[in-house]
Write a protein that binds this ligand. Structure first.
Ligand code: NDP
Ligand code: MG
Length: 384
């Protein structure tokens, strides 16, 4: 029996992970659950999965949980989250929090040499260089990607050596606004941006998909996870979201992973790896009824998220952290109606232009750059 801690259990990935666990109760049990603001859903999950450890955003809510569940161990806030990442009894820690708040809990899980099922891509973007150094120090820790593209790359690379890989081809649906012009995007609303054609996800990543910043984050995530040079990473628009990504090898072979767009598959694979198991929850891909699989270039003139990420990634050091933090605040401001859609790119670009990349010799550098970038964006764009 494997014990799993889910950080961000009340979100889109978290609830999907619980469905995977629910279908395999003889194999997996929930050790810890963390939610932030969604008290009612967390309570429902506690009743259903009976975790020993719980974490919630506020201390007040934690007090209520302590009264309701006197036999459980209950934490709150960022410190609580760190503790949740480091639970001794955990075999697997799923990082499914949205945004870079998940970094420290992931660091704790690495120090405890856990398997980390990593959904929280912002961690690998903001702190990838630091995380990779830490993984060398704690060699029994392992990160198995949950992001569908990275799971596809990881699956496609099974059985081959790192030095046999030539190119990582990351597919992108193209998002809600595929085919639109800059003029079309000037006045798009939050509601329009939140409609994703193929995937149902949390708000932040849905906006990131519409700007293609999500794909940019995934380029940096892929570089950090697989140690492949940016020159050998490509993004290809594939609107059907059936091929989740591909690996081109030195001998020109391309190996791809296909499936219906459903996050339960990469979540389950991260839990069961290196084994593959039945997944009763998942719809099978019927190739006969698939009308077409098409591919296209990214329109970089309109959707600047990918190029900005390549730029940040190639500069490296703290620049990917700035790319990520500026985007996180920009998305928050867009969701609050304080900025326009296209200003998201302007904010990221300006934040990067004013930043001088620093070596990452500790987590404190990342925290400092994150705090300063957020403050700069709020001060300059958040006062409307
Ligand atoms: P959601 O917004 O649906 O969920 C986020 C989770 O994090 C919730 O449980 C939320 O709690 C919790 N949370 C939010 N803020 C904080 C905070 N400050 N401290 C602690 N917990 C917090 O996000 P998704 O599930 O869509 O995404 C999670 C991660 O997975 C992201 O990094 C995303 O990029 C990545 N990912 C998601 C995919 C998807 O299909 N959704 C696909 C690939 C990657 P609460 O709701 O209780 O407030
Ligand atoms: Mg993805």
């Amino acid at each position: 029996m494997k014990s799993i801690t889910i950080l961000g259990s009340t979100g889109s990935i978290g609830t999907n992970a619980l469905k995977v666990i629910d279908a395999k109760r003889d194999e997996f049990q929930v050790l810890g659950l963390s939610g932030y603001s969604n008290f009612d859903l967390l309570k429902e999950q506690i009743e259903k999965f009976n975790p020993k450890y719980i974490c919630i955003g506020s201390e007040e809510k934690a007090e209520i949980l302590k009264e309701l569940y006197p036999n459980k161990i209950i934490y709150s806030g960022d410190e609580g989250l760190k503790t949740m990442g480091a639970l001794d009894e955990a075999d697997i820690v799923l990082t499914a929090i949205s945004g870079s708040v998940g970094i420290e809990a992931t660091v704790e899980a690495i120090k405890k040499e856990k398997r980390i099922a990593l959904a929280n891509k912002e961690t690998m973007v903001a702190a990838g260089e630091y995380i990779n150094r830490l993984l060398k120090e704690y060699p029994k820790a392992e990160i198995i990607p949950v992001d569908s593209e990275h799971s596809a790359l990881f699956q496609s690379m099974q059985g081959s050596k790192e030095n046999e890989v030539k190119t990582l081809i990351i597919t992108a649906s193209g998002g809600t606004f595929r085919g639109k012009t800059l003029e079309d995007l000037k006045d798009v609303t939050v509601e329009q941006a939140l409609k994703h054609p193929n995937w149902s996800m949390g708000k932040k990543i849905t906006i990131d998909s519409s700007t293609l910043v999500n794909k940019g984050l995934e380029v940096i995530e892929a570089h950090m996870l697989f140690n492949i040079a940016y020159e050998n990473i490509e993004v290809l628009v594939h609107p059907q979201s059936i091929i989740h990504s591909m690996v081109e090898f030195k001998d020109t072979s391309i190996i791809a992973q296909l499936g219906v767009p459903d996050m339960k598959l990469p979540i389950q694979y991260a839990f069961t790896y290196p084994r593959r198991e039945e997944s009763p929850e998942l719809e099978r891909l019927n190739l006969r009824t698939l009308k077409e699989l098409t591919f296209d270039q990214v329109d970089n003139k309109v959707f600047k998220g990918v190029e900005l990420a390549f730029k940040a990634g190639k500069i490296g050091k703290t620049m990917p952290c700035v790319f990520n933090s500026a985007n996180e605040v920009a998305v928050e401001l867009f969701l609050k109606g304080k900025i326009k859609f296209l200003e998201i790119y302007e904010i990221i670009e300006n934040a990067m232009n004013k930043h001088c990349a620093e070596e990452i010799d500790s987590l404190d550098i990342i925290k400092k750059v994150d705090t300063n970038t957020r403050k700069w964006v709020y001060d300059n764009y958040g006062t409307n």
